[in-house]
Ligand binder design. Structure first.
Ligand SMILES: Nc1ncnc2c1ncn2[C@@H]1O[C@H](COP(=O)(O)OP(=O)(O)O)[C@@H](O)[C@H]1O
Ligand SMILES: [Mg+2]
Length: 264
């Protein structure tokens, strides 16, 4: 069970200095085991900081974060992180990149071969196992990064605008693929994005953050609608035309616009 509990967490940069900066204040959030939440909010509201604290890459100033009941004190193999920049090892092949985390976990060669075949098939990238990252497009590299994070088999997946650098068409394909991969391999996911459509399309719940200092403004449930209407079985374009989708998107947009004030 990989529940994430963010318990009254604040982050103060430069605490004790002449100019402390409160980036996040009093955030409380519980992400259930195998739940997919997306996080949206104006630039600078602390989305990345919050995720880095869950990843254990940044300390918390107040409160506590627990994953599977254990307080987070640093990074661990139970939490995989995917950033916007394609973080592949350039000197390793696609196959070696995918199995990197599995090796340190002690997976057998047979298990590793199976995982490579499974993910390359799922990502529609058969025949690329022996290529190097520079021989692939940006979209393909990001698919390998996502395959690697899933193959490592973490309970928790943390993604910070993973599709931010992709063109619109590749991004759509990636969104559909992520839904497909997530369905076959449910994980507890925290997914940060700038795109309201992406947030609503992917998530069970959308967390809308506000700033000055960073806080949770509202949490919107999508899972009940997604399940009732079987969104995961339909192409993204069809889902986005549904009245229920438009309604949820409008709800998130209004909240965001309030947060951004004059910036929009
Ligand atoms: N290491 C740091 N030191 C000082 N301030 C930081 C640091 N990292 C982030 N911040 C500040 O914290 C706030 C939140 O940043 P960030 O989490 O990157 O926001 P977001 O991802 O929502 O755009 C911003 O005002 C940013 O300038
Ligand atoms: Mg950020």
């Amino acid at each position: 069970m990989s529940e994430i509990v963010i318990d009254k967490v604040s982050k103060i940069f430069g605490e004790g200095s002449a100019k402390p900066f409160v980036a996040i204040e009093g955030v409380e959030l519980r992400v259930a085991d195998r739940e997919f939440i997306s996080v949206v909010g104006p630039s600078g509201c602390g989305k990345t900081t919050l995720m880095r604290m869950v990843a254990g890459l940044e300390s918390v100033s107040r409160g506590e974060i627990r994953v599977a009941g254990k307080p987070v004190t640093g990074p661990g193999p139970d939490r995989a992180v995917v950033f916007q920049q394609f973080a592949l090892f350039p000197w390793k092949t696609v196959r070696e990149n995918i199995v990197f985390g599995m090796r340190s976990r002690g997976a057998t060669k047979h298990e590793r071969d199976e995982a490579v075949a499974y993910y390359l098939h799922l990502m529609k990238m058969e025949g690329t196992a022996d290529k190097y990252p520079h021989q692939l497009s940006g979209g393909m590299q990001q698919r390998v990064a996502i395959a690697r994070s899933y193959a490592t088999d973490p309970g928790v997946l943390l993604m910070d605008e993973p599709f931010g650098a992709l063109d619109a068409q590749t991004r759509t394909i990636m969104q559909e693929e992520l839904v497909r991969v997530s369905k076959g391999n449910p994980r507890t996911v925290m997914f940060i994005t700038h795109s309201v459509e992406e947030a609503v399309y992917l998530a069970d719940r959308v967390v809308v953050m506000g700033r000055n200092p960073g806080h949770i403004r509202e949490v919107i449930d999508v899972a009940s609608t997604r399940q009732a209407e079987r969104w995961s079985e339909e192409p993204i374009d069809d889902v986005m035309e549904k009245p229920s989708f438009t309604h949820l998107r409008g709800q998130v947009w209004r909240l965001l616009r309030e947060q951004m004030g004059a910036d929009v």
